[in-house]
Design a protein around this ligand. Sequence first.
Ligand SMILES: [Zn+2]
Length: 81
Amino acid sequence: MKDYDEIQVTKKVLKSITCNKCGKSKTITDFGFEQDEFHSFNLTFGYESMYDEQRWKFDICESCLVDFVKTFKHAPDVFED
Ligand SMILES: [Zn+2]
């Protein structure tokens, strides 16, 4: 038999997201679909790279991401599930 205590836990809930490039910001509603308009990047640079072992985290809106990808010499592969 197990006996439990009730405790209150504080957790972080996403309330808004902002594009690091253009500054566009969206408030996140209960459904959270607004978050789908942004893409989060978490990069780690390798040992002896120009940014030796730094980690970068940022969020980019779809518009800025598409503008960036359009600068690619080779278009990315596109998949649909
Ligand atoms: Zn943007």
